[in-house]
Design a protein around this ligand. Structure first.
Ligand SMILES: Nc1ncnc2c1ncn2[C@@H]1O[C@H](COP(=O)(O)OP(=O)(O)OP(=O)(O)O)[C@@H](O)[C@H]1O
Length: 319
């Protein structure tokens, strides 16, 4: 059984268009399938949870047609059924997950690879906001970021120009405009970090971002040449930098040149706790929120991602 969870409004209506096209595809007609359409934000998580309960052993792949936000919801909705393979047919405006996991080609080609069983392993990150111990940690597939990038996501998501630019396939420009807007008023923070058990207090911090793969904000190479690894992920910190230099730095993010700036550091870690006396803005897989503290861990359990270009092509095992 192939389960499709479709966000009809992803990419300004691309989600539904792709599903309707796929329904005419001969391969689609040959496979046992059920399609579920999301009606509201958060619905994909609920649908995914219900689908894995309804078909506990029969799901060959749970296929998301949508953007990174929908994939994030499905990843979390299936977190207690990690043996269920996931697939992603990108229909969103950003599609960083597809870039990071080399899910390329048109939807029919991706569906063919899904059915053929081409797959890659993914180790999602987990995070807990404000140490809410009563709630289980949530998962992220792409990145979690605190500070400047979170404010950019908030501004971009609330903007009127996002929808308009997405229509013209200019999703990345949304983030560039939002960046300039946020830059004018942004104030760096003092934060406390506990990195793999080691405490650090950092002043004048612009952003702290952890990413499971290289891409971010609709194609920016935030941590270039990231190898997806089972036990660690890269953390990027930007601090002690002038407003003007941030602008120059973000121009170079598109080819990964920003990592040469002395204000940028990258280290590979497996756990991080971040806290501050005042509210910290965060974004997780493009969804915005605020917190006083957050605990992030690299998950040791895998998810199988179907429809990628070749098996384990991204993997570098570290011991
Ligand atoms: N029927 C719906 N109406 C309104 N919002 C919805 C609906 N279905 C899903 N959503 C919400 O839409 C948001 C955006 O979806 P998604 O991320 O899939 O697309 P996108 O923003 O176009 O792509 P990307 O995240 O890759 O830029 C998600 O947070 C999701 O919860």
């Amino acid at each position: 059984m192939y389960i499709f969870i479709v966000n009809p409004i992803a990419g300004k209506g691309q989600g539904l268009k792709i599903l309707n096209k796929l329904k005419k595809n001969i391969l689609f007609k040959q496979i046992p399938s059920r399609c579920f359409i999301t009606d509201y934000p958060g619905h994909a998580e609920l649908l995914a949870r219900q689908a894995v309960k309804m078909y506990p052993t029969q799901i060959k792949s749970l296929i998301v047609i949508g953007g990174d936000g929908t994939f994030y919801e499905v990843l979390n909705g299936t977190s207690s059924h990690r043996s269920v393979p996931l697939s992603f047919i990108p229909a969103g405006s950003g599609n960083d997950f597809a870039r990071g996991y080399r899910i390329k080609g048109n939807p029919s080609k991706i569906l063919k690879r899904i059915i053929e069983g081409n797959s890659t392993l993914c180790w999602p990150g987990s995070f807990t906001i404000n140490e809410r111990q009563s709630q289980p940690p949530k998962l992220f597939a792409n990145s979690i970021g605190f500070g400047f990038d979170a404010q950019i996501v908030k501004t971009a998501n609330q903007s009127k120009y996002k929808g308009w630019l997405n229509k013209w396939n200019l999703g990345t420009l949304t983030y560039v405009i939002a960046l300039i807007d946020v830059l004018r008023k942004f104030k760096p923070k003092t934060i406390e970090l506990v990195i793999d058990g080691q405490k650090r207090k950092l002043e004048n911090v612009w952003m702290v971002t952890i990413s499971n793969h290289s891409y971010y904000g609709g194609g920016m190479k935030i941590i270039p040449n990231t190898k997806i690894q089972p036990r660690v992920f890269p953390m990027l910190i930007i601090k002690n930098i002038s407003h003007w230099k941030v602008l120059a730095l973000f121009v170079t993010v598109f080819w990964g040149g920003h990592i040469r700036f002395k204000e940028v550091s990258i280290e590979y870690i497996s756990s991080l706790q971040i806290s501050s006396d005042s509210l910290i803005d965060y974004q997780v897989d493009g969804q915005y929120g605020t917190c006083y503290s957050c605990k992030i861990m690299k998950q040791s359990t895998t998810r199988e991602i179907n429809g990628t270009m070749s098996e384990n092509n991204l993997l570098e095992i570290t011991s």
